[in-house]
Design a protein around this ligand. Structure first.
Ligand code: ATP
Length: 234
């Protein structure tokens, strides 16, 4: 089956130090892949290169359906002087979404943004802005969805709903997700496979529900802490 994303030997240096140090991985249709690692491990740098906003130092990124890629992250808020509806309409026009009015209406409903439809995005709470960012990311029914800590500012109840929504979307089988998170419970629930990144390298890869035991740890969080503190011990 054709992969949605194939990364080979990807590298990026900043001032002579490697932020991403020759990583290779793939995302298949119907798969949610977690990109885990401590602060500064290289997750955002990797996502930025996949998005094309950062030029790789070396390596290859293959995305067969690049036009159907989308992205959400708290550090990329939508224009604050436009209303929720205006934002969704403008991005929908940019993506060439068919039957845009109906799509926007459906997303307002799905992400519980109906009552803010005429509110300027800059006035929304951080959790509401996150929901708007996710609604925007779903506009073009992306085949590759890059989510950089998508639930970081959401309360537990909304976060649960958003996880369920994204899992349902991916379960339809056409799309794949690369998902970064520092919440190991979330990762265990959502991700089919995880990549542990440390100092720009992939140290471990596998099923988040079986990896801890394979490495003598009780939980994914214990494994995370071990990888973060003593990457050479693995
Ligand atoms: P976090 O969990 O804190 O978001 P991360 O895994 O996303 O971390 P990156 O943001 O990819 O980490 O950063 C990887 C390394 O590259 C860090 O050491 C960071 O300081 C460095 N770095 C990132 N961007 C730049 C830049 N534009 N110039 C110089 N160094 C950078």
């Amino acid at each position: 089956m054709e992969k949605i994303l194939s990364v080979t030997g990807l590298r990026k240096d900043f001032g002579g130090a490697a932020a991403v140090d020759g990583i290779s991985f793939e995302v298949a249709p119907g798969e949610i892949v977690g990109l885990l690692g401590p602060n500064g491990a290289g997750k955002t740098t990797t996502i930025s290169m996949i998005l094309g906003v950062l030029e790789p130092g070396a390596g290859e990124i293959l995305i067969p359906d690049r036009e159907r890629m989308n992205f959400a992250a708290v550090y990329a808020p939508l224009p604050g002087n436009l209303t929720v509806t205006e934002n969704l309409r403008i991005f929908g026009l940019i993506y060439g979404v068919h039957d845009l009015a109906a799509r926007v209406a459906a997303l307002l409903e799905q992400f519980d943004l109906g009552k803010y439809r005429d509110t300027k995005a800059g006035l929304l709470s951080s959790g509401e802005q996150t929901r708007l960012g996710l609604a925007k990311a779903m506009l073009n029914e992306p085949r590759l969805l890059l989510l950089d800590e998508p639930t970081a500012s959401l309360d537990p109840s909304v976060s649960r709903e958003i996880r369920a929504r994204i899992k349902d979307f991916v379960a339809r089988g056409a799309s794949g997700v690369l998902w970064t998170s520092h919440n190991m419970n979330e990762v265990e629930e959502v991700c089919d496979r995880v990549l542990f990144l440390s100092r720009g390298k992939i140290l471990l890869e596998g099923n988040p529900r079986t990896l801890p035991e394979q490495h003598g740890k009780k939980t994914l969080e214990d494994l995370f802490v071990a990888v973060a503190r003593e990457p050479l011990s693995l």
